[in-house]
Design a protein around this ligand. Structure first.
Ligand code: PRP
Ligand code: URA
Length: 212
């Protein structure tokens, strides 16, 4: 299995708090934001830099800046919860959205929206979704981007199941996957075990039996 599982004491600590079913909605969102910021630090370590010359109040000096700004693409809805820390720390990054949800019976993704910046054709794309379960949604998103001509994609999630990692590895061996945690398996409803439940419901406060 080819994925980078981020190994950081603060991420592990905050993941243990986030997973707990007792977390309130505001606590869940705050922890997701904090873990997201730690993830940004880790997943951007290999971004290319170029030299620039700046003038501080004291002198002129050489400095380094990003060669290009990665394009952020998130999968609605739960992806929104992890997008914010990326947008905060990379405010020059353009942002794209792919709307899809899983059919609860077939577990297959259904697409309902797309809006991707043109620059995704040249720049690295960071594809963000907190949950990688069967891998259906991630593969649907990657297929869409590749079909449009996007060449450089990195997939970033909070919790990954082995089944999801395998699905991406098998079809797209060159796509790098980052996860804050690698869990045990999927249950018969396609939920990650132990996981954290339905990420979208926990971020936005919805429950299946409460939807209109
Ligand atoms: C969640 C999650 C992923 C998908 C992962 O979204 O955000 O997109 O499930 O599952 P998969 O790997 O089996 O495809 P969900 O379909 O629950 O929609 P939501 O974000 O609107 O809640
Ligand atoms: N989507 C979620 O939000 N949670 C899971 O465990 C699996 C898919």
């Amino acid at each position: 299995m080819n994925a980078v599982v981020l190994n950081h004491p603060l991420i592990d600590h905050k993941m243990s708090l986030l997973r707990d079913e007792k977390r309130s909605m505001p606590e869940f969102k705050m922890l997701l934001d904090e873990i997201g910021m730690l993830m940004v630090y880790e997943v951007t370590k290999e971004l290319e830099l170029e030299e620039t010359v700046i003038k501080t109040p004291v002198s002129v000096t050489k400095a380094k800046k990003l060669k290009s700004h990665p394009i952020l693409v998130t999968i609605l809805r739960a992806g929104l919860g992890l997008l914010d820390p990326f947008m905060k720390l990379m405010p020059n990054s353009k942002v794209g959205f792919l709307g899809m949800d899983r059919d609860e019976v077939t577990l297959k993704p259904r697409s309902y929206y797309d809006k991707i910046p043109m620059q995704a054709l040249e720049n690295e794309v960071l594809l963000i979704d907190p949950m990688l379960a069967t891998g259906g949604s991630a593969l649907n998103a990657i297929d869409f981007l590749v079909g449009k001509g996007v060449k450089n994609i990195t997939f970033i999630c909070l919790v990954a199941a082995p089944e999801g990692i395998k699905a991406i590895n098998d079809k797209y061996p060159d796509i790098k996957i980052y996860a804050a945690a690698l869990d045990e398996k999927l249950n018969d409803k396609g939920y990650i075990v132990p996981g954290l439940g339905d990420a979208g419901d926990r971020i936005f406060g919805t429950e299946d039996n409460e939807n209109l």
